[in-house]
Design a protein. Structure first.
Length: 274
C-alpha cells in the first residue's frame, strides 16, 4: 500500500491525466476507503492542486472549462447554451485508453455496406479513426471531426447533416441537422451521452444535442451507446432516452460491479471492451 504522500501524488496525477475522476474509482484504484479518498481530495484542494466536485474531483484545466453544475432557466425558457459545454479538444483526451477499447469493440459490429450514424462524441471519433480503409460503408454524421477523419478513407461514403455549427462540440445541430437525418434510414447508430443513471435514464448536457440524437435513434434499426465507465451513475441536464430504447451498451472493463448488476437486472444487453 502506498504511503499517504505517495497516494496524494498519484491521485493528483490521475486527475490531471483524466480530467475528472470519481471517488469510487479512486477508492478502487488505490485500495482505500472512499472516506480516505475524500480526505485526500480535501488536502489537494486546500493546496490548490485540484477542484472537488460532487462525487469526485476535476483537474484545474478541466474545471476552467467545465460548465456550471446547476443551470437556471430564465423567464423566456432559454435553452442551455452550447458554449457552456466542455470543449471538444479537452473531451477527446479524457479516458482515451478506455474510449479506444470501446471503439475497437464497436468496430467488430460493422459489416461491409452498412449504413451507420456516428454522433459528435469523442468515442465516435475514435471509432471513425480505426475504420479500415477498404471497408465499404456509408456514414451519416453531424461531427466535423468525424467528417475530416473519414475523408481519408477511400471506401467510406460520408454524408453530413449540415446545420448550425456548435464550435465547442464541433458538431452540427438545429432544425437542418434534424431534417437531414429524417431523410435517411440506417442500420446502426453509434452514440454517446453524458450520463447513464438507472433511475433517471440516459442524459445529455444540451437540449439541442438531445434533439439531434433522438432523431438519430429514430432513423436507426439498431442503437448502440458507447459509454466509458465514468458515465455510469451520472445524470446531466437534459433527458435523452430510456434504457429500453437502446439495443446495446458498450463500455470498458473499469465499469463498477454494481453497474453491471444493475444492467443485468434490467435486462440491458451490454458488452465489456477489454
Amino acid at each position: 500500500m502506498l504511503h499517504s504522500f505517495e497516494r496524494l501524488f498519484s491521485i493528483q496525477k490521475t486527475i490531471d491525466e483524466q480530467g475528472v475522476v470519481r471517488v469510487s474509482e479512486l477508492s478502487n484504484r488505490f485500495k482505500v476507503t472512499e472516506a480516505t479518498i475524500r480526505s485526500d481530495l480535501a488536502k489537494l484542494e486546500i493546496d490548490g492542486k485540484i477542484i472537488r466536485r460532487h462525487g469526485g474531483a476535476a483537474s484545474l484545466t478541466f474545471s476552467n472549462h467545465e460548465p456550471p453544475a446547476i443551470v437556471t432557466y430564465t423567464d423566456n425558457n432559454q435553452s442551455r447554451s452550447e458554449e457552456q459545454l466542455t470543449p471538444y479538444p479537452h473531451r477527446i483526451n479524457m479516458y482515451k485508453k478506455e474510449k479506444m477499447q470501446i471503439a475497437k469493440e464497436a468496430l467488430a459490429m460493422l459489416q461491409p455496406h452498412d449504413r451507420i450514424i456516428l454522433d459528435a462524441s469523442s468515442t465516435s471519433f475514435y471509432l471513425a479513426k480505426i475504420i479500415p480503409m477498404d471497408l465499404p460503408i456509408t456514414v451519416l454524421t453531424n461531427s466535423v471531426n468525424v467528417i475530416i477523419e473519414l475523408n481519408k478513407k477511400e471506401k467510406t461514403e460520408v454524408i453530413s447533416t449540415g446545420g448550425i455549427l456548435s464550435k465547442n462540440s464541433m458538431s452540427f445541430i438545429g432544425p437542418v441537422s434534424e431534417g437531414t437525418l429524417g431523410m435517411y434510414n440506417v442500420n446502426k447508430a453509434f452514440l454517446s451521452c453524458k450520463g447513464l443513471h438507472f433511475k433517471s435514464g440516459i442524459t445529455e448536457s444540451s437540449e439541442l444535442q438531445v434533439l439531434v440524437k433522438r432523431k438519430m435513434m429514430e432513423v436507426s434499426e439498431q442503437v448502440i451507446f458507447l459509454a466509458d465507465h465514468s458515465k455510469f451513475g451520472l445524470k446531466d441536464f437534459a433527458y435523452l432516452a430510456t434504457f429500453n430504447q437502446v439495443d446495446t451498451i458498450i463500455t470498458d472493463s473499469e465499469v463498477e460491479p454494481q453497474h453491471r448488476e444493475a444492467m443485468d437486472k434490467a435486462g440491458i444487453h451490454y458488452l465489456i471492451a477489454e
